[in-house]
Design a protein around this ligand. Structure first.
Ligand SMILES: Nc1ncnc2c1ncn2[C@@H]1O[C@H](COP(=O)(O)OP(=O)(O)OP(=O)(O)O)[C@@H](O)[C@H]1O
Length: 644
């Protein structure tokens, strides 16, 4: 396999001759762009509203929202096969521009337009764009190989077999120099995994896999050593030569790296001061009076100095000499203003003409491309892969010893506390049934709240690139949680039911278990819905604790004479239905208990049970099933609202 920097730009034929058959398949998918894209952006301006408070006191009145221009009049064109870099000081708007080009800005552009082959952004284009963000959003418990293999399975087209997709993932690993750490876990904030540079390469690899026509990268070399950075930029250049359009932001490239770009845009405070061919940049600045201070200066350093308003010592004209030298900031601002004005006068007209020219010959997507299935993989495959990935990622969490210990210890303790209670101690027995309904309401509810808010960044990233349907993700996530959600209550009920001396009947035991499992699913559904609606763990936890407290009190165990104007509360409490069903299964209509010495009373007349009224159990069952469906639909709708 040829290293990327040795690949000739037009060497597709040589390539095919030199590579083995298997490599040929991988390279053809990775190297050649099947749908070249010309990216044009014209007069882009983007403004955000900032809310500022005068003081930091809670009592200070909020000031009016201020507008802040982040981008102003940025124009450019990048053809297939070109590699464009955005340069500029920190805060100059590079990331914002890149995000705008990926159509992922949270707000709308104030002015300007972005087109892809002369057409607006579409769901078709969404799948042709690869976007590598500055922060790597990766699953911490997966290995490098697993991360890239799952991405390959989800993102590569249906026509490739599983084996071929896996080989692609392996190929990208070799290509990005990740072989040594391919079996290491990614790692997170609480446990160490691969290094920051390796994480960045995994993020790039995920996007490389899909053979994007337009690849946008936010600082792909930050935190990397110069050799690795060079290798990555060489790979990107190689990808560009395959007919892709590649745009990257870059902070402080070495001169060697800098020379690999075809075009550059230099930004200062959101305004462009240069946009065009890399080979012409020095010539241009020389023409307006700026040359590097010394012969071997890195051009990138020179440009960054200019973007910061720092003019080199050897300025050839004395245009600014009249400015007061003592005031450095003013001087720098004047330099920036001069550079912006020069751009508008000298570069913008030519750029505009180039864009207008290319608009006359818009590249039309072939009807085949337009009609191409919106999704690269089937619903079922997406579901299977997401389920498998979710199980792997969350097995530490779901099957954590701590969680199992928590449930087992509570079940043994409850078994001991209610040890062989019998019907004669009916109050205790009813208490155990109520405890079942409440414990298996709280536990799954609070576990489920975290599901969607925690996975949101990943979902945003993957859905933005059209990786899978929301429905396949939703089903995979909920189904993946089921085994542990159901195993733990099963163990709990088995231990506590028999230790607690409840009705010694297999049927009664199985019915009790089924009711509790249904209760668990309802509580889990409510947790998922609250998490998905609020998308904030803190708010969802607070609301859930209030709800559970209301359910606890309104279920009919603690208070038997609830005032009629709040009595309806029990009808919205799933714990109430669960408790009622458990009591109904445990006691038969004509069962008696010892209510005094030698005195027998009907169980149905026991105050707590009488108040509960255990007739119409079918209706209670229906209520639970309806809640199960409604909460899950609600969770899905809320998720769809957040991830349109
Ligand atoms: N949502 C926002 N709220 C407040 N300020 C914002 C927001 N988005 C962007 N900005 C501001 O816009 C400016 C440009 O931000 P951007 O991230 O695009 O810069 P950058 O050139 O990529 O910086 P860096 O190189 O440090 O990543 C910054 O000053 C930033 O603080």
């Amino acid at each position: 396999m040829l290293p990327p920097d040795q690949v000739s730009p037009c060497a597709n034929d040589d390539f095919q001759d030199n590579q083995q058959q298997s490599n040929h398949v991988k390279l053809s998918v990775l190297h050649e762009s099947l749908h070249p894209v010309t990216l044009k952006f014209e007069d882009i301006s983007y403004t955000i509203k900032l809310e500022s408070n005068k003081g930091i006191s809670y009592f200070s009145t909020p000031q009016r929202k201020q507008n802040r221009a982040i981008l102003q009049g940025v124009t450019g064109i990048v053809h297939p096969g070109e590699f464009l870099a955005m340069l500029g000081p920190s805060g100059s708007g590079k990331t914002t521009l890149l995000t705008a080009l990926a159509e992922r800005l949270p707000g709308k552009l104030s002015t300007g337009s972005i087109t892809y082959n002369g057409q607006q952004f579409s769901s078709y284009m969404k799948r042709k764009i690869g976007f590598v963000t500055q922060d790597d959003v990766l699953y911490p418990h997966l290995t490098v190989l697993e991360t890239l293999t799952y991405a390959a399975l989800l993102r590569l087209p249906k026509k490739l077999t599983k084996q071929e997709k896996t080989e692609h993932a392996e190929f990208v690993i070799v290509e990005l120099g990740l072989t040594r750490c391919k079996n290491s876990i990614i790692g997170g904030s609480l446990f160490r995994g691969i290094s920051g540079g390796e994480r960045k390469r995994v993020s790039i690899g995920q996007e490389m896999l899909v053979n994007p026509s337009l690849l946008l990268l936010d600082e792909p070399t930050s935190g990397l050593d110069s050799t690795t950075a060079q290798r990555i930029v060489a790979t990107l250049r190689w990808l560009a030569r395959g007919g892709r359009t590649i745009v990257t932001t870059i902070h402080q490239p070495s001169s060697k790296l800098y020379r690999m770009f075809d075009k550059i845009i230099v930004l200062t405070e959101g305004c462009p001061i240069y946009c065009g061919k890399n080979s012409h940049v020095m010539e241009y600045f020389e023409s307006i009076g700026y040359v590097p201070g010394f012969d071997f200066m890195n051009p990138a350093d020179f440009l960054l100095d200019l973007a910061n308003g720092v003019s080199p010592d050897t300025r050839q004209d004395d245009l600014h000499e009249s400015l007061p030298k003592s005031d450095q900031t003013e001087n720098q601002n004047a330099t920036k203003q001069f550079l912006i004005a020069s751009y508008k006068k000298n570069i913008y007209p030519a750029l505009k003409e180039e864009i207008d020219q290319s608009f006359r010959h818009p590249i039309r997507l072939s009807s085949r491309s337009r009609d191409e299935n919106q999704w690269t993989t089937s619903w079922w495959l997406q579901f299977k892969v997401l389920l498998q990935r979710g199980l792997k990622e969350r097995k530490h969490e779901s099957y954590s010893g701590l969680r199992i210990f928590q449930v087992m210890s509570v079940s043994f303790l409850s078994g001991l506390l209610w040890w062989h209670s019998d019907t004669n101690h009916i109050m205790d027995q009813v208490g155990l049934l109520f405890f079942f309904s409440i414990f298996w309401g709280f536990f799954p509810l609070f576990s489920a709240i975290f599901a969607f808010p925690q996975e949101r960044p990943m979902l945003i990233r993957e859905r933005s690139s059209g990786m899978y349907r929301l429905s396949s993700y939703y089903f995979a996530r909920t189904v993946g949680d089921l085994p542990m959600e159901l195993i733990l209550p099963t163990i709990f009920v088995t231990v506590t039911y028999w230790m607690g001396g409840l009705k010694p009947s297999i049927i009664a035991f199985l019915l009790t278990l089924l009711i509790i499992l249904l209760n668990v699913l309802v509580a889990q559904g409510l947790g998922l819905a609250l998490g998905a609606i609020l998308m904030d763990v803190k708010q969802a936890t607070t609301l859930s604790s209030v709800l559970m407290l209301v359910f606890l009190l309104a279920s009919g165990y603690y208070i038997q004479h609830i005032p009629s104007f709040v009595a309806w509360l029990k009808y919205v409490s799933f714990s109430h239905y669960c408790y009622k069903l458990l009591v109904g299964v445990q006691y038969s209509r004509f069962e008696v208990y010892e209510c005094g010495i030698g005195e027998e009373c009907r169980v149905m007349d026991f105050p707590a049970i009488k108040c509960l009224g255990i007739d119409n159990l079918v209706l209670d069952l229906v209520a639970l099933v309806v809640m199960l469906v409604v909460f899950r639909i609600l969770a899905y709708v809320a998720l769809r609202f957040w991830h349109q």
